[in-house]
Design a protein around this ligand. Structure first.
Ligand SMILES: [Zn+2]
Ligand SMILES: [Zn+2]
Ligand SMILES: [Zn+2]
Length: 182
């Protein structure tokens, strides 16, 4: 390593910020997440711990700038995909202070609840229009347009007809039920 006082910190890209070693090539996990470890660190699958340098850089998909304004401060909102595949909107001024380990900027967050469109089909249970719903983690289902969500009682309201379009049903339906106010 060269010591060059004038050239502040330009080459963080492929060096470990913890120990200064080279980083390993980017790995892709089965879940599609990408990460880069320090070459001085390795994953021990027996002890389930990182040995050596623990630095890991996660690659998150680039946040998508939305055409919406933050209701708190008026700055643009961005769409983030979490590690579990859920989407949320947050304020573009939000940040993370690594030194103080605290959030900075505006703290507005809104979980993205997917989208829905009306179908030309009738609910077999009650005869109202069905809606095609895409959940925040990309699953699709048809449900009755009269179905709703009562935030106070935290219960589904209206007609409970649901038809999942994905082949396998979610193991725990409640958790994936998309309808916390769309
Ligand atoms: Zn390192
Ligand atoms: Zn804001
Ligand atoms: Zn219905």
């Amino acid at each position: 390593m060269k010591k060059d006082k004038s050239g502040a910190k330009e080459t963080e890209s492929n060096k470990c910020p913890v120990c200064g070693s080279d980083l390993q090539p980017i790995e892709e996990l089965p879940s599609g997440k990408r990460l880069q470890r320090c070459s001085k660190g390795s994953w021990n699958s027996e002890t389930k711990q990182v040995e050596g340098c623990k630095f890991v850089r996660w690659f998150n998909p680039d946040p998508e700038k939305l055409d919406e304004k933050c209701p708190k401060c008026g700055n643009p909102l961005i769409m983030i995909t979490t590690r579990s595949g859920k989407k949320l909107k947050k304020c573009s001024t939000a940040g993370w202070d690594r030194e103080k380990r605290e959030a900075t900027g505006c703290d507005y967050v809104e979980w993205f609840q997917g989208s829905k469109e009306e179908l030309d089909e009738k609910c077999p249970k009650c005869g109202n229009i069905l809606q095609l719903v895409t959940t925040s983690n990309g699953k699709k289902l048809k449900k009755c347009s009269t179905a709703g969500w009562d935030r106070e009682t935290r219960k589904a309201t209206g007609c409970d007809y649901v038809e999942w379009l994905n082949e396998k049903k979610p193991s725990n339906g409640d958790e994936n039920f998309p309808d916390h106010e769309i």
